[in-house]
Design a protein. Structure first.
Length: 174
């Protein structure tokens, strides 16, 4: 049962992060969602797009994070960790991803404004030119969120596993 709690919380945390992240990026550049994503939500409302995509684009990141953490925290004979012990590290992972996304979004915007990076291919034609900088800021923020989530999630799984086994080695068998 505790493993399901860990999985559920990881999915919830990823979705909450995604919705909050997308509220910022959709209000910065709604075209990132209306042009840069498939039209699965029949709206141009930044708020509604952020709600929809915040769920669709992140639940599947939270699922393997939760499964991996549940295995790292619960499998085997080492002392098991509970959701209560993982809640804060999961939330810190989300905060870290948010900080990285903010920095990447700023870097993307600055790089685009200075002409160091630019849209290519069909996006050049369909994204209004006055939105290129904001679109690239969103793109960099989103790409970094995924990379940070995957790498940070893997790191958190390793940390969780090592933490359990460090506790075990501090309690010798009788």
């Amino acid at each position: 049962m505790e493993a399901l709690k860990i999985i559920g919380f990881a999915i919830f945390a990823a979705i909450a992060y995604g919705v909050l992240h997308d509220q910022v990026t959709a209000h910065l550049c709604v075209e990132y969602f209306t042009i840069g994503h498939p039209p699965i939500f029949p709206t141009s409302s930044p708020f509604l797009l952020a709600l929809g995509w915040g769920v669709v684009a992140t639940w599947w990141v939270g699922l393997p994070l939760g499964v991996g953490l549940a295995v790292a925290a619960r499998a085997g004979r080492a002392p098991r960790l509970s959701l209560a012990q993982l809640r804060r590290p999961i939330l810190l992972l989300m905060l870290g991803c948010g900080a990285l996304a903010l920095l990447a979004g700023i870097a993307g915007a600055v790089g685009a404004a200075l002409g160091w990076i630019r849209l290519v291919g069909w996006l050049v034609e369909v994204v209004p030119s006055e939105k290129h900088v904001a679109f690239l800021a969103d793109l960099w923020a989103h790409s970094t969120s995924y990379a940070g989530g995957v790498l940070g999630g893997l790191g958190l799984m390793v940390w969780t596993w090592r933490r359990r086994h460090a506790v075990r080695s501090n309690h010798p068998s009788p």
